[in-house]
Design a protein around this ligand. Structure first.
Ligand code: PGA
Length: 241
């Protein structure tokens, strides 16, 4: 059986005091079994996170370039130097705020794989695409175009844009149906791929996702900033697996 993965995405939503108190609280918690835990901190805090027991590190984004004059960018190699195991690419906030297209995201993911790390490729439809009945076709296109040239060392995160940070998570049924569609789209070229659900995951709804078919883990934003709530989410996935 595949071990489920729960990844915390701290975005730009934490400061140094928050990182220090997260670490102190997390270190007092029981070690978890049956779940792989990863955290994607802001880059300046990566070096502070390398000693957290049983937690893999992740980058929140990587450049399409390996080196050079790219002010503000972070290369996959830099993330690998700080022991990152995963790198998120194509988060909807990057797609929206920086107009990142599927082709660029695929290039970022290839850079990540070339360094031996696993890209977590984010996809998800907007509210208007869902209302128009286009969600499954839209997400399938995103998945295919964002995974060009990749090997099977890959995770997909399905995060409907309308569910991110809104407090309105997708239902487990919506997640299961979309995950099945994503897996089917990649099965022939890449085999079995883990698909995480993300978007307003909380202490209250996490257990329903961990029981849902085709859901291989969670990508957690707001509820990962506090060690107590993130630990509870990870524990619900681990203990139910
Ligand atoms: P959220 O964010 O859990 O705060 O909705 C999820 C994400 O953007 O990865």
């Amino acid at each position: 059986m595949i071990t489920p993965l729960v990844m915390g995405n701290w975005k730009m939503a934490i400061d140094l005091d928050g990182v220090v108190s997260f670490k102190a609280m997390w270190s007092s918690k029981r070690l978890l079994k049956g779940v792989e835990v990863a955290i994607a901190p802001p880059v300046p805090y990566l070096a502070l996170m390398t000693d957290l027991p049983n937690v893999s590190l992740a980058g929140q984004d990587a450049s399409t370039q390996s080196i050079g004059a790219r002010t503000g960018d972070v290369s996959a190699k830099m993330l690998s130097d700080f022991t990152c195991r995963y790198v998120i690419v194509g988060h909807s906030e990057r797609r929206q705020n920086y107009a990142e297209a599927n082709e660029q995201i695929a290039e970022k993911a290839r850079q990540v794989q070339a360094l031996g790390m696993t890209p977590v490729v984010c996809v998800g439809e907007s509210a208007s695409e869902r209302e128009a009945g286009l969600a499954e076709d839209f997400v399938t296109r995103q998945v295919i175009d964002s995974c060009v040239g990749l090997t099977s060392d890959l995770v997909i995160a399905y995060e409907p844009v309308w569910a991110i940070g809104s407090g309105e998570a997708a239902s487990p049924e919506i997640a299961s149906a979309m995950h099945g569609r994503i897996k089917a789209a990649l099965a022939e070229s890449l085999g079995d791929i883990r698909v995480l659900y993300g978007g307003s995951v909380s202490v209250t709804n996490c257990a329903s996702f961990s029981k849902a078919p085709e859901v291989d883990g969670l990508l957690v934003g707001g509820a990962s900033l506090e060690a107590e709530s993130f630990w509870q989410i990870c524990a619900s996935v681990g203990e139910s697996s």
